[in-house]
Design a protein around this ligand. Structure first.
Ligand SMILES: NC(=O)c1ccc[n+]([C@@H]2O[C@H](COP(=O)([O-])OP(=O)(O)OC[C@H]3O[C@@H](n4cnc5c(N)ncnc54)[C@H](OP(=O)(O)O)[C@@H]3O)[C@@H](O)[C@H]2O)c1
Ligand SMILES: *[C@@H]1O[C@H](CO)[C@@H](O)[C@H](O)[C@H]1NC(C)=O
Ligand SMILES: *[C@@H]1O[C@H](CO)[C@@H](O)[C@H](O)[C@H]1NC(C)=O
Ligand SMILES: *[C@@H]1O[C@H](CO)[C@@H](O)[C@H](O)[C@H]1NC(C)=O
Ligand SMILES: *[C@@H]1O[C@H](CO)[C@@H](O)[C@H](O)[C@H]1NC(C)=O
Length: 296
């Protein structure tokens, strides 16, 4: 009872207050004007729509994916739409050397970096898990490991600019569903890694924001193809989804929920996890890690 009175109730109050009053700042498209932004997986789908939104907001846009022909067209459209600059570097995120060098090269071309939007995934079909271990490894490397590699390569630039990392994830990265085990694992991994890193940045007073985006079904060609005849769910529009991701990143929100049902949005937020994460910090003595710049 004493525990409830001393800890639980005040903490619950604080969290509920945060839930309902966190939309303190309004998004303005000018927030992205002149900002240097990387978008991965930008040859189609949500990534392409994000590149176009950023171009219209006057950002410097750097896109990547494997299909060079598609990227070329997207870059020229970005310039038409008003991008401060637009470039592409094509390559595969199966190659961690490419992932790292791409970020470094992008930083050289744009002269720094304000926002890293990690969005690409290896193609996935919906099926029962059949023991295909090489596929699990590929999914973890492309969907997860390359994100970590790129975030670390971008860190020095993001620290300098008080920048942002935006990680595109899925409802399948918060709750379990059948037919997408390897994909789901890679998205859960992103949550584990980037949410942990966010705690470290917060404790070490590193002003780089991390936004994890939890998306429901979106009407991209690949998702529609994968879900056809399996998922009876209305998809949301990719253009609007792309805009909400950019808004969340610009407002430095910890998480973005782009799902249709209000109930899902509320339950996915997982108040229990938030309370435990907050309380667990009590057991840590962080002194020897804080203010040691070389550790970050
Ligand atoms: N659509 C949905 O319903 C939905 C739902 C929840 C979450 N999400 C998330 O939203 C993000 C975008 O999804 P989307 O539906 O827009 O996907 P998409 O249309 O299939 O686009 C995937 C992008 O990743 C690139 N890509 C694929 N393999 C690659 C590789 N090996 N190396 C580098 N780039 C590669 C593709 O380009 P190339 O083929 O040219 O390389 C493409 O640009 C993903 O993180 C996804 O998990 C989507
Ligand atoms: C991986 O990428 C690097 C840098 O782009 C490149 O030099 C190397 O040849 C690539 N490796 C493979 C196996 O393609
Ligand atoms: C992904 O695409 C490649 C080439 O288009 C294809 O060979 C592979 O079977 C696809 N994988 C899945 C899991 O759909
Ligand atoms: C980053 O934020 C700090 C305060 O946290 C501020 O002193 C500094 O000027 C900012 N730098 C840039 C480039 O905005
Ligand atoms: C972190 O950086 C952002 C963007 O430059 C700035 O608005 C914010 O005030 C900074 N926060 C702190 C705590 O310095």
């Amino acid at each position: 009872m004493a525990f409830m009175k001393n800890y639980l109730l005040p903490i619950l109050g604080v969290f509920l207050a945060c839930y309902y009053y966190s939309a303190n700042e309004e998004f303005r498209p000018e927030m992205l004007q002149g900002k240097k932004v990387i978008v991965t997986g930008a040859s189609k789908g949500i990534g392409k729509e994000m590149a176009y939104h950023l171009a219209k907001m006057g950002a410097h846009v750097m896109v990547t994916a494997r299909s060079e022909e598609d990227l070329k067209k997207i870059v020229s459209h970005c310039l038409e739409y008003g991008a401060a600059s637009a470039h592409y570097i094509a390559g595969t995120m199966e190659n961690m050397t490419f992932a790292e060098q791409f970020v470094v090269e992008a930083g050289k071309i744009m002269g720094g970096l304000d926002m890293l939007i990690l969005n690409h995934i290896t193609n996935t079909s919906m099926q029962l898990f059949n023991g295909d271990i090489p596929h699990v490894r590929k999914v973890m490397e492309v969907n997860y490991l390359s994100y970590v590699v790129m975030a670390m390569a971008a860190f020095p630039m993001l620290k300098k600019s008080n920048g942002s990392i935006v990680v595109v994830s899925s409802v399948a990265g918060k709750i379990a569903n059948p037919l997408i085990a390897p994909y789901s694992a890679s998205k859960f991994a992103l949550d584990g890694f980037f949410s942990s890193i966010r705690k470290e940045y917060s404790l070490a007073k590193v002003n780089v924001s991390i936004t994890l985006c939890i998306l429901g079904l979106i009407n991209t060609d690949s998702a529609m193809k994968a879900a056809a005849g399996i998922l009876n769910l209305d998809p949301s529009p990719k253009e609007d989804c792309a805009l909400e991701i950019i808004k969340g990143g610009a407002l430095r929100q910890e998480e973005v929920y782009y799902v249709q049902s209000v109930w899902s949005r509320l339950l996915l937020r997982n108040l229990g996890r938030n309370i435990l994460e907050f309380l667990n910090l009590r057991w840590y003595n962080m002194d020897k890690f804080i203010n040691k710049e070389e550790l970050l």
